[in-house]
Design a protein around this ligand. Sequence first.
Ligand code: C2E
Ligand code: MN
Length: 406
Amino acid sequence: MLTTIIYRSHFCDDVPVKALESMVAAASVKNREADVTGILLFNGTHFFQLLEGPDEAVKAIYQTICEDSRHYNVVELLYDYGPSRRFGKVGMELFDLREHDRDEVLQTILDKGTSKYQLTFNDRALQFFRTFVAATEKPNYFEVPASIDWAFVTDTEARYVDPQVAMKHADCGFAFQPIIDPLSQEIVSLEALVRTASGDSPEAYFSALSGEAVYEADLNSKQAAFALASALELHDQTISVNLLPMTLVNVPDAVATLLQSIELNGLVPEQVIVEFTESEAISQFDAFTQAVRSLKAAGISVAIDHFGAGFAGLLMLAQFQPDRIKISRDLIRDVHKSGPRQAIVQAIIKCCASLEIAVSAVGVEKPEEWMWLESAGIFHFQGHLFARPCFCGIPPVAWPEKKSLL
Ligand code: C2E
Ligand code: MN
């Protein structure tokens, strides 16, 4: 199958531009041997390249390109299949946009095309050319600094409580994971993640239950979460707990029970955030919305979890606006390298800004993911990069510090 990859990247300014020509000549021969053709645009700062050929060969060459130290911030814009090559003449050809008249440059590029049919703007690949030449997306080309510029400095020791505190209230324990604001070095919230009594995963805890017992246990477990949070002395920090949407609908007086255990443990509703994945909420949406209204009326905030992971849909957002949206790890993973993920995350940020909904990113593992997201306008993060969940305790946080400032 004929595969097309388009990427853009930043040229390292310590490499002389003159070196480009010999680099391109060598790459052209190598690509030709692998039956890969394409074109490389350069605007003085950024590269934009189209590669076409057999799937495996294009992938292998792209992999090598990603590892080349003469450029950085390589972002894949398009990965698609097509009937014929658009630029089939040479392995790689360098096209320096600065040497051409602005009004004619796009046509000059298209004239190099080899497609049987006239190259039209209906083609996504060629639309990317037009956008790159016109530089309309340039404000979104974030300069993500090298991750070696940052040190992750752990300041405090973990703080634990006796798991028996939880066991007084339920047959489970909780792990806590901080949601942080790295710039102000603050913990914004602690998320309580359910565990079995011996510290096993939420799946292990819920798999031992069936039918209505799942909802009862889900609600009941929150007493243990609040008891642990109270023993951990949260002060004015907020605590985030997860609930199945149907727990609120199916368990009688669920909101009242929740409020009662908040109060019993010396907490206030205003410091509690309930997170929902709306996987099953849609089936009884009206009943769910009613339950959420009771939570809000009592002062509890609401977050939509796993946003973008398939369940948490846009229609849900049209019908009900939470206080916070947590973007799923599935969208966060390698966001710094992927054009589609960047476009989706930016759209979520823009939408939430219009609706005054706070946004956080979950499952951040790499410094580059965090740096890209921060440049895009996200300020709250949760992930192994900063702190892992800690069973019956609050883990230390690894705060990012710019090395030059250390
Ligand atoms: P969640 O609410 O999205 O919680 C975050 C999950 O991502 C946690 O998994 C956490 O350990 C994991 N995580 C955090 N940072 C990273 C990271 O950097 N990389 C990766 N790969 N994972 C990271 P955990 O504790 O296994 O929980 C899984 C899910 O179980 C939760 O996802 C939540 O939806 C559900 N859950 C947890 N506690 C409860 C609860 O009390 N009630 C209900 N109904 N569901 C719960
Ligand atoms: Mn959650």
